[in-house]
Write a protein that binds this ligand. Structure first.
Ligand SMILES: Nc1ncnc2c1ncn2[C@@H]1O[C@H](COP(=O)(O)OP(=O)(O)OP(=O)(O)O)[C@@H](O)[C@H]1O
Length: 271
């Protein structure tokens, strides 16, 4: 399998005294579903946002599909970002616009400024946007204004906007942190399905250990800006949780205990 994303000795410093990431190394294969977990302030968002240079890493090398993200020009970065969809905790939609108009914004990276301002989308682009919305169960909402949607529906619009880019990777920053358990399950099921059926690599920041373990092929555990666990979800036990969460471990131990009861004989978790 080809490596799609590689971090080599990546560090990020904010100002003079906050070291958010220190010498981070990992590589993600095409099609993998990876969750990033860790306590508050560990550096999860910084790590995810360095991947598409929403945040500039201070040092190291980040390779996406063979291109050096930190060294590329603005133009090249715009082109690379079309292949990197982003999903946000607070959706980042334009509430006064319709669902389909928001989804079509995902095509802006392919357009000139003028085409973008004039909202010039082809018939094919509109058809693709509609098809994706249908796949995500939003065919009845296509022409509704986004402020008329529930949180879970808004997040599905956010995912549709990312998918219409035809990305190679989806970067999801706390995609279920503002949702109730039912809506969270719907979103995680869609993300998993996107990875499995479309072969798109998915990287998700999560606060919920149980969700990370249930849905992922691989877990990156972050503590104080360094990766302290990189491996299969079934390898996360009490000791690993303690390394990742330190003093916050007790609240996540309960999630682990519940999951252990759901473990299938071969060691993976029933989704
Ligand atoms: N723009 C910024 N300026 C200065 N410091 C920052 C900035 N963004 C993040 N930090 C600091 O960097 C560290 C890592 O923050 P980050 O948001 O990446 O952590 P996180 O694991 O995503 O946290 P949370 O789970 O609470 O969202 C923290 O100490 C945070 O205070």
């Amino acid at each position: 399998m080809t490596m799609l994303l590689e971090f080599k000795q990546v560090s990020k410093q904010y100002g003079t005294d906050t070291k958010a990431l220190t010498d981070v190394n990992f590589a993600v294969k095409e099609g993998e579903f990876v969750s990033i977990i860790g306590p508050s302030g560990a550096g999860k968002s910084t790590l995810l946002r360095c991947m598409n240079r929403m945040i500039d890493a201070s040092s190291g090398k980040i390779l996406f599909n063979g291109s050096d993200i930190l060294a590329c020009t603005k133009q090249e970065l715009k082109r690379l970002r079309t292949q990197m969809g982003m999903v946000f905790q607070h959706y980042n939609l334009v509430n006064r616009l319709s669902v389909i108009e928001n989804v079509l914004h995902g095509r802006l990276g392919y357009k000139s400024t003028l085409e973008g301002v004039l909202g010039l989308y082809s018939k094919e682009e509109r058809h693709q946007a509609y098809t994706i919305l249908k796949t995500l169960g939003l065919e009845e909402q296509v022409y509704k204004r986004c402020d008329q949607l529930s949180g879970g529906q808004k997040q599905r619009v956010g995912i549709a906007r990312a998918l219409v880019q035809n990305p190679k990777i989806l970067l999801c920053d706390e995609p279920i942190a503002s949702l109730d358990p039912n809506a969270s399950k719907v979103i995680m099921d869609h993300l998993r399905n996107i990875s499995t059926t479309m072969g798109i690599t998915v990287i998700v920041n999560l606060h919920q250990v149980d969700t990370a373990l249930k849905y992922s092929d691989r877990v990156l555990g972050v503590n104080k800006g360094t990766i302290v666990y990189d491996g299969n979800p079934s390898g996360i036990n009490r000791e690993q949780l303690a390394r990742i969460y330190g003093s916050e471990m007790d609240e996540h131990q309960e999630e682990l205990d519940e999951l252990e009861e759901l473990k299938e004989p071969e060691g993976s978790y029933a989704r």
